[in-house]
Design a protein. Structure first.
Length: 294
């Protein structure tokens, strides 16, 4: 009797857990659709902006625009921005991002480059605090609905420091959204801005040669460079937010399926135990009746 009661308690407990994970899976699916829509909507503008800068690129511009400056030799100091989530229950999502951040920081430090760590997301901040790692800047207020204002707040001070040659590079580690099942950690250098096209000297003329630009190409580049850096940061935030929802949906679906399998096993065990208990009770009744006859 005690065994069947314990099995019933376990079945009820796992059923409640399955109900919670199923609800979280549905919520993550709903949020994933919205986040995926924002990622898809942001990609055409980012692609067009990159193509425009590629057409306007001129090697001589590096002397006039600080954001195009490539530091000579080995970088002395690099800002590494790591994006994680504020919440858990999303499988190995945060662990993979943290592993990528640690690996890149270790690689730079082995090369003699000082790493300045900027973290976005409570999970990454908590982990590096536990390690005792110095964190130069941190943000926990962005959540799963990043905006262009958030991206601007993050990268504007870094662009100013890069222009003053206080840092030699800015890199971002984020989760690139490929699908709900594929969200690989990705390293994206956003400063300095390098040329996006290349080819032999006798290549066909670019769009700049076919159009009259007003204002001048330099004036356009001056406006587009900060916009491009901000857009790169915004895309990293958007894709990480969508990847988080995809990872959470997958993790909650796996947990729901596992809970269902456990309930099936426990119910079979309960039925066998109950059947054995009934058989034993019947045997005791028959045995008692035979004893009274004798």
């Amino acid at each position: 009797m005690a065994k069947t009661r314990e099995l019933r308690r376990r079945i009820r407990s796992i059923a409640k857990t399955r109900q919670i994970t199923k609800t979280m899976e549905m919520v993550a699916t709903s949020r994933l659709k919205r986040a995926q829509g924002r990622v898809v909507a942001a990609r055409p503008f980012a692609r067009a902006l990159g193509e425009m800068l590629a057409d306007l690129h001129d090697p001589a511009q590096a002397e006039r625009f600080p954001l195009l400056r490539t530091p000579p030799g080995r970088p002395r100091r690099v800002v590494l921005i790591g994006i994680t989530s504020n919440r858990g229950l999303c499988g190995a999502f945060n662990a993979n991002l943290i592993r990528e951040i640690r690996g890149r920081a270790a690689e730079l430090e082995q090369q003699g480059t000082a790493v300045e760590l900027h973290l976005i997301g409570r999970k990454g901040i908590g982990f590096f605090r536990f390690l005792g790692r110095e964190i130069a800047a941190q943000r926990q207020d962005i959540g799963d609905r990043p905006t262009t204002a958030h991206a601007t707040e993050i990268v504007t001070p870094l662009m100013q420091r890069f222009a003053r040659e206080e840092v030699d590079g800015v890199e971002v580690v984020f989760a690139r959204y490929v699908s709900a099942l594929t969200t690989p950690p990705t390293l994206l250098p956003i400063l300095p801005i390098g040329p996006r096209t290349g080819g032999p000297a006798d290549a066909k003329p670019t769009a700049v040669d076919n159009y009259i630009l007003r204002p001048s190409a330099d004036a356009l580049v001056e406006r587009l460079l900060p916009m491009y850096v901000q857009n790169q940061m915004f895309r990293a935030l958007l894709e990480t937010a969508a990847s988080e929802q995809g990872a959470r949906r997958t993790a909650m679906k796996n947990a729901t399926d596992s809970a269902g399998d456990m309930i099936d096993v426990l119910r079979r065990t309960y039925n066998r135990a109950r059947q054995g208990q009934i058989t034993q009770e019947l045997a005791e009744i028959v045995g008692g009746a035979e004893a009274q006859k004798g």
